[in-house]
Design a protein around this ligand. Structure first.
Ligand code: NAD
Ligand code: MG
Ligand code: MG
Ligand code: MG
Ligand code: MG
Ligand code: MG
Length: 330
């Protein structure tokens, strides 16, 4: 069993006399900053001068500064600007304002693991990566519970990096649920693999392939949409609540028999072979290299795929059908 930590394993003791700078006020940033503040931690939000979020931060009762100043007055700096902007923000505004013994923190390992950010040797570097979107991290905290998180230490200058990471997890509420120890390498590589092969790339292609098969065979696109996309949530909710067992208990025996007979004809040995290839490209850094280059070139491939996907017939049908289902929030 891997090692799990809970509230009993930590406290906010290490934050006495310390200030935390949360850089960015997006999905994760707002949740970390507000949870830490409500836990009694001294927090400042760092944003660039012209950020539109400044008023929102103030309205939420938090202190706001520009990034350089927020880093200067803090001892712990959590990087919650988009991954593709972190290198620039770090090199231009963070690096020179860190003091010996400060801590630099992340919620995802990409920039450290792929050496885009190289922190000075005399600071701690840790990661607390909540396993959920920021709005859930905030909502669940307000309900007195927590979203689980991964914890990793990249650099332990003070000898207290892990304890500090645990205290941070305490502050955002993650220890109420449980925190699992990992490494920057494991978090980064599994996160990329999961989103590419299973959660995002895998699921959307599976849905499209099913939808297109039905529509090309002459079935109504609305019916195909319900079967292949809409019902996905109902199945995923069951998986989330109780794994394969609960999902299979809940579906009909006919569906369960079809599941056993057909699933492995769809995800074949060839698919698994391809998954291995995808994982290798992540491990060797080939994917990271492409994505970094793509960003330097202002995302030509990303933008053309984004446009092409928006033109798929499933988008149009989806808009119509969701418009009819008044209980679904867009
Ligand atoms: P986001 O896009 O929601 O928010 C980014 C914030 O950074 C915004 O407030 C934006 O105004 C600000 N920002 C952009 N450029 C800036 C600059 N140059 N200087 C200062 N601020 C700037 O990002 P996010 O999804 O919260 O991601 C933040 C980190 O959290 C990433 O490392 C991501 O991988 C990680 N993470 C995200 C999730 C998630 O569910 N969204 C989950 C786990 C980990
Ligand atoms: Mg400092
Ligand atoms: Mg992920
Ligand atoms: Mg990810
Ligand atoms: Mg059905
Ligand atoms: Mg059943």
């Amino acid at each position: 069993m891997s090692k799990m930590y809970y509230e009993k394993d930590s406290s906010l003791e290490l934050f006495k006399g310390k200030k935390v700078a949360v850089l960015g006020y997006g999905s994760q940033g707002h949740a970390h900053a507000l949870n830490l503040k409500d836990s009694g931690v001294d927090v400042v939000v760092g944003l660039h001068e012209k950020s539109k979020s400044r008023d929102k931060v103030k309205a939420d009762g938090l202190e706001v500064m520009n990034v350089e100043d927020a880093v200067k007055v803090s001892q712990v700096v959590m990087m919650l600007v988009p991954d593709t902007k972190q290198k620039e923000v770090f090199d231009e505004k963070v690096k020179d304002n860190l003091d010996e013994g400060d801590a630099l923190a992340f919620a995802h390992g990409f920039n450290i693991h792929f050496s885009q950010i190289v922190p000075p040797k005399n600071v701690d570097v840790f990661m607390v990566a909540p396993k959920g979107p920021g709005h859930l991290v905030r909502r669940v905290y307000q309900d007195g519970k927590g979203v689980p998180a991964l914890l990793a230490v990249h650099q332990d200058y003070t000898g207290k990096a892990k304890e500090l990471g645990l205290a941070y997890s305490y502050g955002i509420g993650a220890l109420r649920a449980g925190v699992l120890e990992t490494t920057f390498k494991e978090e980064t590589e599994t996160d990329l693999f999961g989103e590419q092969a299973v959660l995002c790339g895998g699921v959307t292609e599976l849905i499209k392939a099913g939808f297109e098969t039905l529509v090309n065979a002459g079935y109504q696109k609305e019916v195909a949409y319900f079967e292949c996309l809409h019902e996905m949530k109902l199945i995923v909710d069951l998986l989330y609540e109780g794994g394969f067992e609960k999902m299979r208990h809940s579906i009909s025996d006919t569906a369960e028999y079809g599941d056993y007979m057909v699933g492995r004809r769809i995800v074949t040995d060839k698919t698994r072979e391809e998954m291995k290839g995808v994982l290798t490209e992540i491990q060797t850094g080939a994917f990271a290299k492409d994505w970094i280059m793509e960003n330097k070139l202002n995302r030509p491939v990303f933008n053309s795929f984004k446009q092409r996907e928006l033109e798929h017939p499933i988008v149009e049908v989806g808009k119509e059908l969701r418009g009819m289902m008044s209980w679904i929030k867009e």
